[in-house]
Design a protein around this ligand. Structure first.
Ligand code: TMP
Length: 222
């Protein structure tokens, strides 16, 4: 890759998804390390959050004790996302950095669409308006059985507002994620998160390798 093609090629947008307790937070630094081995400039961020306003919204979303209606929850997720896209994600991608984001809109389809049973149609409408066509280039979806997830989340002492939901909610979240993967097989790579951490890391590397090779050779040709 020449210096000028590196400067002018747009970065790639990679998201990490999965229900609670699938090991997303532990895997994120490993994904970053894998990308950096290819000399890729990576910006790591998260949703809800990622900007000062988004982090304030995250606090409201996760820790408000007042019951929050599902529509308010969905709109606050997208408020955080709108700010995130405009002030961080788009400028970073335009500068050639790659953005690695802990959750994005698939989480709204899974949690608010599936978990809260708001359905997919209205989420799709808001998505179109807020994202104006922006979609991740790749989504790594960690999928684990509810038993595995519960075992892992039980190690956390304090559960937030959403983590405190029950089994049926999380079964719906998991199913909605798998439905998304079925609808977007090119973009969403499902990784079995039931095995030990090293095995999950290896699956992540195998999922990344062919894409990285294709994308990096494209940048060289550009
Ligand atoms: P995290 O703790 O894994 O970062 O996720 C924060 C919580 O927010 C998690 O319970 C999932 C939830 N969430 C949604 O319900 N909808 C969304 O659109 C996003 C991004 C997160």
């Amino acid at each position: 890759m020449t210096e000028s093609s590196q400067l002018h090629s747009r970065g790639r947008f990679i998201t990490l998804e999965g229900a609670e307790g699938v090991g997303k937070s532990s895997l994120l630094p490993k994904v970053r390390e894998t990308l950096e081995r290819y000399d890729i400039r990576v910006i790591t961020t998260r949703e809800p959050g990622g900007t000062p306003l988004g982090e304030q919204l995250r606090e409201v979303l996760l820790n408000t004790s007042e019951p929050m209606c599902a529509k308010a929850e969905l709109l606050l997720m997208f408020a955080s996302r709108a700010q995130h896209i405009e002030t961080l994600i788009e400028p970073a991608l335009a500068s050639g950095a790659w953005v690695l984001c802990d959750r994005f809109t698939d989480a709204s389809f899974a949690y608010q669409g599936g978990g809260r049973q708001l359905g997919t149609e209205r989420i799709g409408t808001i998505e179109g308006w807020v994202q104006e066509g922006l979609q991740p280039d790749l989504t790594l979806l960690l999928d684990a059985s509810r038993e595995t997830s519960v075992e892992r989340t039980q190690k956390r002492r304090v559960l937030d507002r959403i983590e405190s939901e029950g089994d049926q909610f999380f079964e719906r979240v998991r199913q909605a994620y798998l439905d998304r993967a079925g609808q977007h097989p090119q973009r969403i790579e499902v990784i079995d998160a039931n095995p030990d951490f090293d095995t999950v890391c290896e699956s992540m590397r195998q999922a990344l390798a062919p894409r990285l090779e294709a994308w990096l050779s494209l940048s060289v040709d550009a």
